[in-house]
Design a protein around this ligand. Structure first.
Ligand code: PMP
Length: 449
């Protein structure tokens, strides 16, 4: 590894960073994280903080899981790669698929298609949803419905169902046939409805209206996050996902639960859909599947979907996949990660620590006027919406957001900015004292606004 001066000099010079302006990174070089231990990360200057971001909503088990590290190292020695395209597989892939299916059996999932990450998993679900309907003799079902403020990755399909203009506008025209309905976002919604249960009903009606307008026989699937993550941690009322499930059923529309963040315990349940008592038809997963130790995702199919493919003729062939689908090293990471996730029962910790973080931020909202809305309370996903004026709900400016972020970092916690929101998703292994550290750092950050 090159020395510190080289790293600082070349920071963001050659490397274009995702989700930011290249010049902005050159002018304000990103923090260089060199080490991590437990739930703490350390930068090149030796400053250690609690990682309230969990990498990027993914490091569910913290950074020091030796079992995953050992499993990955051993697999790297035995078989660093072999393709899983028709005709070959590897032992780790077989075992990982078994483990993932068992993990989501209660959600009705029966088949596993491995990918390299969340965007790939979403793309897989969207494509297989269309194929499912073709196989059933309904080839006109090609359209997709999704929620505004939803985030489903950056491939063209995922970007087309994304509900945030920022991820869409520069890349248009996107995939035709994608339509969006309002989000269960009580703080801002077109109905000015602040009661979450009533808002759920209003959105259900919007969904019905859109389906009638499009004609149900043209719609392949509806995709949603059980709790919207990147959109600002938008927690729906408990009736919301069941209402959506019911509408999908009545119109023959597949429901895809995008569990890239909510899967593997983050909500305090093993899946977000289970948290709301729903069984989807497909699930897209990634992140917590390896706790970020290796880039892996998985698209999961229910028995209903699997049966259509498996009992079909030649058209049921899946001409879709990635060079790194069922990568042996990734699969080894999956096996170890799921074993550790269950052994540590991270789900059980996510609930109370999530409540502590949520209630702690609610208390800070009493003290700091810039906090417009606090969202969370369902596991370790917390969002804070920052405004410059509470009455008009004017979003806080970018410079102030950066100051809050930097002050919180100096005071002991790495948080994430999503426009004028602060997003938090720390490792599910976090302790009570470490949550307190995050809260104290936020307090300092808000004071500096
Ligand atoms: N879906 C959801 C719900 C996500 O949160 C993300 C990433 N944050 C993705 C899809 C895309 O995953 P990836 O960045 O691994 O491609």
């Amino acid at each position: 590894m090159k020395d510190e001066n080289f790293l600082k000099e070349n920071n963001a010079r050659q490397l274009w960073h995702p989700m930011g302006h290249p010049r902005e990174s050159q002018e304000h070089p990103p923090k260089i994280i060199t080490k991590a231990h437990g739930v703490k990360i350390t930068d090149i200057d030796g400053h250690s903080v609690v990682d309230a971001v969990g990498g990027l909503w993914c490091v569910n088990l913290g950074y020091s899981n030796d079992r995953i590290k050992e499993a990955v190292s051993a697999q790297m020695v035995d078989l660093p790669y072999y393709s899983a395209f028709a005709g070959s597989t590897n032992p780790a892939a077989i075992e990982a698929a078994y483990a993932v299916q068992a993990f989501f059996a209660e959600d009705g999932m029966e088949r596993v298609f491995f990918t390299s990450g969340g965007s790939d998993s979403v793309e897989t679900c969207l494509r297989l949803a269309r194929q499912y309907h073709r196989l059933r003799g309904e080839p006109t079902r090609t359209k997709f419905l999704s929620l505004k403020k939803g985030y489903h990755g950056t491939h063209f399909g995922g970007a087309s169902v994304n509900g945030n203009n920022r991820f869409r506008i520069n890349y248009e025209p996107l995939m035709p046939g994608c339509f969006h309905i309002p989000s269960p976002y009580t703080y801002r919604n077109p109905f000015h409805e602040t009661d979450p249960a009533k808002l759920a009903q209003l959105i259900a009606q919007s969904m019905e209206d859109e389906i009638a307008f499009q004609d149900p026989s043209t719609i392949a699937a509806f995709i949603m996050e059980p709790i919207q993550g990147a959109g600002g941690v938008i927690v729906p009322h408990e009736t919301f996902m069941p209402l959506m499930r019911d509408i999908c059923d009545r119109h023959g529309i597949l429901m895809i639960s995008d569990e890239v963040i909510t899967g593997f315990g983050r909500t305090g349940d093993w899946s977000g859909a289970r948290h709301w008592g729903v069984q989807p038809d497909m699930m897209s997963t990634a992140k917590g599947i390896t706790s970020g130790y290796f880039p892996v995702g998985a698209a999961l199919m229910s028995g209903k979907v699997a049966e259509v493919f498996e009992t079909s003729g030649a058209d049921g062939g899946i001409y879709h996949g990635y060079t790194y689908s069922a990568h042996p090293v990734g699969a080894a990471a999956v096996i170890a990660c799921l074993e550790e996730t269950l052994r540590l029962d991270t789900c059980a910790n996510a609930g109370p620590r999530g409540t502590q973080l949520f209630e702690g931020v609610q208390a800070l909202a009493q003290k700091h006027d810039i906090i417009g809305d606090v969202r969370g309370g369902h596991g370790l996903m917390t969002g804070i919406e920052i405004v410059s004026d509470k009455a008009s709900k004017t979003p806080m400016d970018a410079e102030t957001m950066k100051r809050i972020h930097q002050t919180a970092y100096e005071a002991g916690a790495m948080v994430r900015l999503g426009m004028h929101n602060i997003l938090m998703s720390p490792p599910l292994t976090i302790s009570e004292a470490e949550v307190d550290t995050i809260l104290a750092a936020l307090d300092a950050g808000f004071a500096a606004a």
